[in-house]
Design a protein around this ligand. Structure first.
Ligand SMILES: [Zn+2]
Length: 406
């Protein structure tokens, strides 16, 4: 197995990597609070902190707050100890963001003046990965980052990704990418981990709820197509092969307006996606070139378009209600271009509250993502940082450092 997700390995409580996790999730961590919350002896807790300091990942600063006598020094992640790259890959556009280890953006191709980065998607995955890697390096240099501090990356793709192998399955953005294993191609350029993940799964990660980010949530990407990701207790639910959450190929009681490679007749995507609405309006003689035209007409109050959006919302809500009843999330978050339609969002919400079990609906919040354009890239950043700072990976680094100094 090539791709090893360290973040999915069970962590050992109180290990060096686990102590780093505690420091990352709380901004009031000290040596004594680590001893208290892990149950480690104070001397052991201190040794863990020393190991992290030696790795350059943690520093002590300021004071935790007075507790009477001595003031405890506050521990914090050294955010600029490294950087990660995140890329959001589409058929026509790629967005690349570099962040420090705290997730603060250092470079963003969408914010550059001539920012639209391109990748030769049609030339195949190997050429595209080489172009992505060149762009990572170029952006890092332009931002004054030391490329030796590159720690890892995550790539968002609009297609199912097999797990744990990382191969892309039946991508609609470029069929020739079927079976491509991007992490292996990146290994020709770097030893650092590069993960690839489905875009809707990354939206789920970006939106993960709860102060300690361990909530349960369903994320739905409503674009030309429909995708969804499920987060259970803070972890992506990928299923045995990575296809979990592919709700869009559930058959619905409607008529397909576009073809779909899934082979399921009248699947949700072929009936109710943005692409299906565009196709249906065109067949009725309307001049619409894409989902942005649909949104513009809806904003003008076009009755036919609003009707289409309501019908699509009912189909989507009904399919989602089964998933929501099953996993009892605190939130359903809608992202993607079509989530800008308040009629679509309101219809999905109404359908969910109508169809779900009252006990499930009472605990449920249905909302559009606050930044639907950024959700995918934010999720890729979260995935990359969680991977490079995964407790199991940090434990490995600490072990190697201890062996070197022995
Ligand atoms: Zn389908």
């Amino acid at each position: 197995m090539h791709e090893q997700h360290f973040q999915d390995m069970d962590r050992s409580p109180g290990s060096v990597g686990d102590v780093l996790r505690l420091i990352r999730v709380s901004d009031t961590t000290s040596r004594s609070s680590i001893a208290r919350s892990t149950g480690l002896a104070p001397s052991t807790a201190s040794a863990r902190v020393d190991a992290l300091t030696a790795l350059g990942l943690v520093r002590e600063s300021g004071a935790e707050g007075s507790r009477g006598g001595r003031r405890a020094r506050r521990l914090e992640l050294v955010a600029d100890a490294g950087f990660v790259a995140a890329a959001d890959l589409g058929a026509h556009h790629v967005r690349i963001v570099l962040t420090d280890l705290a997730g603060r953006i250092v470079a963003d191709t969408d914010a550059l003046e001539h920012g639209t980065a391109t990748v030769p998607v049609a030339a195949g995955p190997r050429a595209s990965v080489a172009a992505l890697w060149d762009r990572f390096v170029e952006l890092a240099r332009d931002s004054g980052l030391d490329t030796a501090r590159f720690r890892g990356a995550a790539i968002s793709v609009p297609a199912p990704v097999s797990y744990p192998g990382g191969s892309i399955a039946t991508p609609s953005f470029e069929p020739s990418w079927h079976g491509a294993v991007l992490p292996e191609l990146f290994a020709e350029h770097t030893d650092a981990p590069v993960l690839v993940e489905n875009d809707a799964n990354l939206i789920a990660l970006a939106e993960r709820p709860g102060p300690d980010r361990t909530g349960t949530l369903v994320a739905v990407k409503l674009g030309t197509r429909i995708g969804s990701g499920v987060l259970l207790d803070g972890r992506l639910h990928r299923g045995v092969s990575g296809a979990a959450g592919e709700i869009s190929h559930t058959p619905v009681d409607g008529e397909a307006a576009i073809g779909c490679t899934c082979g399921v007749p009248d699947c949700l995507e072929s009936v109710a996606s943005g692409g299906a609405i565009v196709a249906r309006l065109r067949a009725a003689g309307r001049q619409v070139s894409g989902t942005s035209d649909v949104l513009a007409l809806a904003a003008q109050g076009d009755a036919v378009v609003l009707d289409e959006l309501r019908r699509a919302g009912e189909h989507i809500g009904r399919v989602l209600s089964g998933i929501v009843n099953f996993c009892n999330p605190s939130e359903v978050v809608l992202a993607g271009a079509m989530s800008a339609s308040s009629v679509l969002v309101a219809t999905i919400r109404g359908e969910l509250y109508r169809s779900c079990l009252p006990m499930v609906a009472d605990a449920l919040d249905v909302r559009a993502s606050a930044s639907p354009r950024d959700a995918g890239i934010r999720g890729a950043t979260v995935l990359a940082i969680d991977e490079v700072l995964a407790p199991a990976r940090i434990d490995e680094l600490a072990r190697a450092a201890a062996e070197r100094s022995a």
